[in-house]
Design a protein around this ligand. Structure first.
Ligand SMILES: [Cu+2]
Length: 148
């Protein structure tokens, strides 16, 4: 079986560097009750995920469910972390996270504003597996400036 660790970028995309911040995001849900979300919360219960404009951030996605989830980020690339070679890690807009898998992506927050971040199975998205990513000037707080 082919895996993401076998994928290589043909040429080095721009803006590659090591992340300066990272966090874990759990993909959560229940097939029987049809509840889906991130970190045990559906979208309406959750806060925005904030990126600081220009930062390089790592998300460690942990799939706690028994289904695979194609996780899609609008507006920015996700560089698959495939062993630390920043030259050849492929970049994707959607990554498929398998059951019980830890999948790591690095993102350059180069797109000010608010972006959708969600499971691309639309019935999971509608059940709550959706977060808003806000690329802001400062992580210190203050109002969300859509123009960062
Ligand atoms: Cu899903």
């Amino acid at each position: 079986m082919l895996t993401y660790s076998q994928l290589r970028a043909l040429e080095r995309p721009p803006l590659r560097s090591a992340p300066t911040r990272e966090f874990y995001l759990h993909l959560t849900g229940n097939m029987h009750q049809f509840i889906w979300g991130f970190d045990g919360k559906k979208w309406s219960e959750s806060d925005m995920i904030r990126f600081q404009f220009g930062e390089r951030v790592r998300i460690n996605m942990v799939n706690d469910t028994m289904m695979s989830h194609p996780i899609h980020l609008h507006g920015m690339w996700m560089d698959l972390y495939a062993g630390g070679n920043l030259d050849t890690n492929p970049r994707k807009h959607t990554v498929n996270v398998q059951p019980a898998e830890l999948l790591t992506v690095d993102i350059t927050a180069d797109a000010p504003g608010q972006w959708a971040f969600h499971c691309h199975l639309l019935y999971h998205m509608e059940a709550g597996m959706f977060r808003t990513v806000a690329v802001v000037r400062s992580l210190e707080g203050g109002s969300i400036d859509a123009n960062a």
